[in-house]
Design a protein around this ligand. Structure first.
Ligand code: SF4
Ligand code: FE
Length: 493
């Protein structure tokens, strides 16, 4: 079986013994937990859409490893066309979920580890590429979700991994055994870690010889002994636990998920190791994974941005303000910004190239420019959306008030629900409930649970802005530009 259904994915999660902690307690049934389940639904739809002929071209691909049809999230990109389809698939999923659908980190890790292990083997005579091909074949054939995990907690930012007061602040090898290695440490703010079957761990920065115990990449089952996760809470998350939670949640069905993933002396067998102290390849793996994930943001954030723009336009309709020229202009500006991000995602894909291993890599400079723009434009899109929505987005009474039958002891004898409904009516043709729904969706996207995936993740996900600026400086080739200027100006030195 190479393509699971969404329901089969959910059932497969129930078989895992993944250890999850939240609000100071162990969560036994995390699959059905009201705070976690929406994030699982976002991954489920990556399976559901792959079954739909309408989306087959974007959602599936032919594996270069097995020749079979696989979910694109488990695919090694074989052309620039594959790279572009990846971005379009992410936009599609952003449209459908209005949140982070999490499965991209694994896809980006597969492609980075595949090409880096090939070049590492060539330099060091290691066998990581074959290990990885075998591993990815297993993942593709079982259509599994893998959390690509890179970011260590990092402790004191002024110190290297080996110089930290607590050596575990970067994940590292604590023991070498004939049959494998033992690792300790953690990976922080891991997208989609709980609902992944497996984890693919990579180092977080370029390393020197002193840090070689930290230059480690491997795969591990999410429920392996010694591995556990502490759930990251999100703004307004407990609204999901309110009785009958619906409208106030903003997006009842879908959400994103982040967690701290902890490794306390976890054993990794030899055939699941893809880097083992070859510190000179740590930087390559980081750069390639980060590059792919910076490309990804030109798809997923654009897809969610489409929903933000649509919600803002609906809010304007419901307020009776849609014809105002400044509203039209703000929607144009939001669209311009959003499509600029998409252009970056497509551009770095179109300019992609074949790696030595044979899969395709994006243009690194353009992918970093893409992500740098993502650290800015969604903030402006959200600012304009809040402008259009009006203050009611954050001052509206609770869903329970709108539904309340409690009579207010005044002359008219109306209930709390009737009063709230009366005074929050916009244009007469639209129900107050629909107006509430779109404003709560915007609240969710701008500053609620989805803001994790749309706003703040736009800043820090796939690397904070300064990380892209370093790459832009490295790739920008100012020296060649100086030569251009000299030639045009007639300067001979
Ligand atoms: Fe995918 Fe975007 Fe979430 Fe990253 S932030 S996992 S690219 S949806
Ligand atoms: Fe992300």
């Amino acid at each position: 079986m190479t393509l699971k259904t969404g329901d089969q994915y959910i059932e497969s999660l129930r078989e895992l013994k993944t250890q999850v902690y939240m609000f100071g307690e162990k969560v036994e049934n995390w699959v059905d937990h009201p705070i976690i389940r929406p994030s699982i639904n976002s991954v489920k739809i990556t399976y559901d859409l792959a079954q739909d002929p309408e989306y087959a071209d974007l959602m599936t691909a032919k594996s270069n490893l097995t020749g079979e049809t696989v979910n694109r999230f488990a695919h090694l990109h074989q052309s620039t066309d594959d790279l572009k389809k990846k971005v379009k698939m992410q936009r599609l999923l952003g449209n459908k979920t209005a949140s982070c659908f999490q499965r991209c980190v694994g896809m980006d890790a597969f492609n980075a580890v595949y090409s880096t292990t090939f070049e590492c083997d060539k330099a060091h005579g290691t066998n990581y590429h074959e290990n990885f091909k075998k591993y990815l074949t297993y993942i593709q054939q079982n259509d599994l979700v893998v959390d690509g995990a890179m970011t260590d907690p990092k402790g004191d930012r002024g110190k290297s991994p080996a110089d930290q007061a607590d050596p575990d602040l970067f994940l590292h090898i604590v023991e070498h055994r004939p049959d494998g290695i033992v690792v300790s440490g953690s990976k922080a703010h891991q997208t989609g870690s709980i609902n992944s079957h497996e984890h693919l761990i990579m180092p977080t920065i370029a390393m020197t010889e002193a840090d070689k115990a930290y230059a480690v990449a491997f795969a591990i089952e999410s429920d392996a002994p010694g591995l556990f996760m502490i759930y990251g809470r999100q703004s307004c998350d407990t609204r999901k636990t309110e009785p009958g939670a619906d409208i106030d949640v903003g997006n009842k069905q879908f959400g994103g998920q982040e967690a701290l993933v902890v490794f306390d002396k976890v054993f990794i067998p030899n055939d699941r190791i893809f880097l083992n102290e070859e510190y000179d390849f740590s930087g390559m793996m980081v750069e390639r994974f980060a590059g792919y994930h910076r490309q990804s943001y030109g798809g997923c954030k654009v897809g969610v941005g489409d929903v933000v723009i649509g919600a803002a336009a609906l809010a304007a309709d419901y307020n009776g303000a849609a014809k105002a020229s400044h509203i039209k202009d703000k929607l144009i500006e939001m669209t311009h910004l959003n499509e600029t991000l998409f252009s970056c995602g497509i551009a770095c894909s179109s300019e992609g190239f074949k790696t030595e291993a044979g899969n395709y890599q994006i243009d690194l400079l353009l992918a970093n420019v893409c992500k740098q723009n993502v650290t800015r434009f969604p903030y402006e899109i959200v600012r304009l959306a809040e402008d259009i929505a009006g203050g009611l987005m954050v001052t509206m009474p609770a869903e329970q008030d709108f539904k309340s039958d409690l009579k207010v002891p005044t002359e008219s004898g109306l209930t709390v629900g009737e009063w709230a409904t009366k005074y929050f009516q916009g244009v007469p043709s639209v129900t107050t409930e629909n107006r509430m729904r779109v404003l709560r969706l915007l609240e969710n996207l701008c500053l609620g649970t989805a803001a994790v995936g749309y706003r703040t993740e736009s800043m820090h996900g796939a690397g904070s802005p300064q990380a892209q600026r370093i790459m832009i400086q490295r790739q920008g080739n100012i020296a060649a530009k100086k030569e251009l200027a000299k030639a045009v100006a007639g300067i001979k030195e």
